[in-house]
Write a protein that binds this ligand. Sequence first.
Ligand SMILES: Cc1ncc(COP(=O)(O)O)c(C=O)c1O
Length: 381
Amino acid sequence: MKNTASWKWDNEGRDVNYPLGVADIDFRPPEEVIEAVVSKAQQGNFAYGVQSQEFSNSIVNWYHKRHGAYVEPEWTSYSPGLITALKMLLEAVTHVGDNIIIQSPVYFNFSLIITRNGRNVVENPLILEDNHYRIDFEDLEKKASDPRTTMMVLCNPHNPIAHSWSEQDLRRIADICNKHHVFMVSDEAHSDILFNGQKHIPLFTLSQETAQNSASMNSAGKTFNTNGLYTSYTIIPNSQIHEAFNNAYANHHFDYNMLGGPAQIAAYTYGNQYVDEMLEYLWKNIVYLRDFLQANMPEVKMIKPNATYLMWLDFRAWGMDNKELAEFFKSADVSINSGDIYGSAGKGFVRLNVGCTHQILIEALEAIKKRYDEGLKISVK
Ligand SMILES: Cc1ncc(COP(=O)(O)O)c(C=O)c1O
């Protein structure tokens, strides 16, 4: 919605009618979430906050309800955002100059926060085959076995390839990292957005050894449209690492968010059905997009999704670079995320957010098609 001081509509959407880039959804959160924030505001006290027991319990209950997983309340800590949490985990577990593995193409802020904090990014590129990505385990083992490698940042579900990793894949990753003493950070920001019976496997549920050698980061933000409340959390079963994380947190002088806490508690207490309904809605958008591309521009391939509302589209057949692609979309009144920001493997790809109303998606796709029919058809290989 415009005029809400939101990045999506008032910054990205300043020059286009259809902003489909940034990873926010357009749906109003459950009424209980809005009521929780209003009722907190009405107390008229915006003093420094403290992480409440209900905050931790809401995480315990949500992981149990949605993922069948057991979380101890003591494992949980508030953090302002997942990327902030990642920064604190880098400080808690690694040293300047260490190697950190990421699996490109992947959420661009991973490499930014790693390099800005003096650590080295080591890529374990995913392999694209038949419209589907798989992990190069040989390469992963080679990079994990380097003594300078101390951490791997996993994205599960993986943004931007719209993929939730299988238990088998996660076990192979964990085996390699545990064997080589590489600490795993699992970004589970999109773990509620899974389709067609796909189950999210929280990393710490794999084994006691993996729980002790990993931290998971999550928030209600991607699911309930509360990203701007700057409230996320980490789950760290290893008490020593947890303490180191808390020290890093204290060094930054962060504090609990007075409005974000109640919003998360309400979302996780009352939001179960909301998520089920949203998933049905999102899946219809995904199917619509897939069918639209097949019918109107079959040379564009959509990577087969099983998670997230961020679809990864392969436009390489158009022979354009990412700048030209972004310009094309802009001329169609649509903004997207350029694939190359997710690493060089994203060249010629585009990430398109379907977390919008059907109407907006339909209008945006029609606008793209109109622009495509006007001039592009001839040059497509
Ligand atoms: C995988 C992933 N992790 C983290 C974030 C950002 O989380 P935060 O805003 O809490 O730092 C995003 C946002 O798009 C994301 O997709």
